[in-house]
Design a protein around this ligand. Structure first.
Ligand SMILES: [Zn+2]
Ligand SMILES: [Zn+2]
Length: 388
């Protein structure tokens, strides 16, 4: 980290501590917290300096309210730019610019707003300072979900949440004329609150067209679709599997609120277009000796519902699945005192409902197995694992 950035963050932490502890300043806390989170998104002293320039000479509506900081040896926003210039002069040229953004990396809303110098709200954000238009595609609402086609085209939906969208409205016009006006267009995709995958520069690659879609009030209207493709022609962004799962959950929440009639209407208009994504996932390998031992130990009976396995596998063995009582994802070990063999029905149920009762039952049966085996070493470790 740049020394200047480090200094600013420490300074802000001191302010935060002060306004949290001293009664008469407590009303300022939320302002400091907000500023602190913003500062944390700035990575270079040059950007920090630029950020503080706007406060210089008491040029801020809260300048007076924070004058007391001087008495505590804390540098106020108004003096920070000069302080950085004096003490971290050789770092002032350290800047994060648009060119430093790496395609495929995740950035916060603040990082986008401060680097592209655009608003931190809205799906289409115009920046005069960087002569650019930042587009955000959010994948959390299935009603307004822009997806890539197999040919690498994203039909981006225009601005306007109710009624017909107009080509002359707001940034729709900016995007429509971006090529003629030499405005650079950048795209971010988001699957999760405050996480934006940078997709790089994009451009219009076909004619703008209209489509019929529901608006925020549930009325059918005309929306604009801007076909975009990535300028670098690079591959798809690799998305964390957790982010895709999160976005599917968010979309399912919206769908669940619709009536079956509304859903049926949507289903009718779905083109059989399977959207593929390249994902990054952490795979936790399971030891096959442990899995087999656990299944043999269950002897064809589900460790949870105590019913026989529902069918035999191709080798004629009762079909059960190995499950970790404390899951590997939650840091559970892959050992015989943490694995049970359960029927596929119970297995789904556990992962969907995650009932405390079921877990308790499985913990009990584990202990029963260990006691029957007189496996002292495993019992000690079992007790450590499930102690509370
Ligand atoms: Zn079962
Ligand atoms: Zn499982």
């Amino acid at each position: 980290m740049n020394k200047g950035v480090e200094f600013v963050l420490n300074n802000c932490e001191k302010t935060l501590k002060l306004v949290s502890e001293v009664e008469e300043y407590k009303h300022l806390k939320h302002k400091v917290v907000r500023e602190y989170y913003y500062l944390k998104s700035i990575k270079y002293t040059g950007n920090m300096y630029e950020h503080y320039l706007k406060y210089k000479n008491g040029n801020h509506k809260y300048a007076k309210a924070f004058e007391f900081l001087d008495n505590y040896g804390i540098i106020s926003n108004e003096k920070m730019a000069d302080y950085l210039k004096e003490n971290y002069f050789n770092e002032l040229n350290n800047f994060c610019t648009i060119d430093d953004f790496i395609i495929g990396n995740i950035y916060s809303n603040n990082e986008i707003a401060s680097t592209f110098k655009c608003s931190n709200m809205g799906g289409m954000r115009r920046s005069i300072a960087t002569n650019s238009l930042v587009l955000i595609a959010k994948h959390v609402n299935p009603l307004y979900d822009d997806q890539w086609t197999e040919d690498g085209v994203l039909n981006y939906t225009g601005m306007g949440t109710t009624g017909d969208q107009s080509i002359s409205f707001g940034q729709n016009k900016t995007l429509a004329t971006s090529k003629q006006n030499d405005i650079k267009v950048y795209l971010f995709e988001s699957y999760k609150e405050n996480e934006y995958y940078y997709c790089g520069e994009v451009e219009l690659c076909g004619s703008i067209f209209t489509a019929k879609e529901l608006d925020a009030d549930g009325n059918l209207r005309n929306v604009l679709k801007f076909p975009l493709h990535r300028i670098d022609g690079s591959n798809k962004t690799i998305i964390n599997i957790e982010d895709i799962e999160n976005s599917e959950k968010e979309k399912a929440k919206v769908v669940r609120k619709l009536s079956q009639e509304e859903i049926k209407e949507k289903v009718k208009n779905i083109k059989s277009n399977v959207v593929t994504k390249e994902v990054k996932t952490v795979y936790r390998e399971r030891n096959q000796f442990i899995a087999e031992y656990t299944k043999n130990r269950a002897n064809g009976i589900c460790d949870l519902c105590r019913e026989p396995a529902p069918f035999l596998d191709k080798n004629g063995k009762p079909y059960l699945e190995s499950h970790h009582v404390i899951t590997l994802a939650n840091g559970g070990p892959d050992v015989i005192y943490n694995t049970v063999a359960i029927c596929p029905n119970c297995h789904r149920k556990i992962h969907v409902l995650n009932n405390r009762e079921d877990t308790k039952k499985l913990e009990k049966i584990l202990l029963k197995y260990l006691l029957a085996d007189e496996d002292e070493a495993s019992i000690i470790k079992y007790n450590e694992l499930f102690k509370e």
